[in-house]
Write a protein that binds this ligand. Sequence first.
Ligand code: UTP
Length: 227
Amino acid sequence: MDKVVVSVGGSVLIPGNNDSEYISRLAGMLSSVKDEVQLAVVCGGGRTARYYATTGRELGGDTYQLDIMGIAATRINAQLLGVALGDMPERVPETAAETARASEPGRIVVMGGTEPGHTTDAVAMMVAREMGADRVVNATAVDAVYTADPRKDPNAEKIPRMTIERLGELVYKEHDASASSVFDPLGVQIARESRIDISMVDGRNVEELRKAILGQPFDGTFVDSHN
Ligand code: UTP
């Protein structure tokens, strides 16, 4: 049975309207595949994390403090998904190792962040490394990696498949310029070292997300870490 770690971006999990409708559909889909693939899900912080980051910064909070609050937001989001899955953890696993230990076929383990200094994309990679997972599926609010920023460049094209080296070049180039990177550079580094493929898919499209989780062809970007 394949092992898959899903990194669900906070803005996907909490779209901002009809949140319970989306979360319920996501949970239904995850439950429907849990006997086909062994699943762990890492939740992002989304608008909840942003609120605490913005307000905390205005109050003079430092990066470490903002990260701590961001982690708390990711964990409460994981609990929200847990509610929808019918299995809310009273205490969310706090390390990648803890999630890997709790993971077993037929059981969906949910978690959020671990410690300051990275994002939940990197956490998903750490969990994948611990579990010996076959792939990480990154469910984001964009439908693929593009040759350029599609909001600024009308000639930007979707990249259906790329190597991990190419993704590495992309994230390092944009890292300073943009607050929200395609994928956490630390996550890319772990993927390259541990040879874990990444499937980037629009998580708002639950059917495409399902295909990516099952390892079927999907609409998005497949990042190959095996060449
Ligand atoms: P996210 O993983 O949601 O970060 O964690 P993000 O990339 O900023 O959000 P998206 O993907 O664009 O929605 C939210 C915040 O929580 C802290 C960081 O401050 C991060 O920005 N965090 C999260 C940590 O410090 N460590 C973790 O392990 C996870």
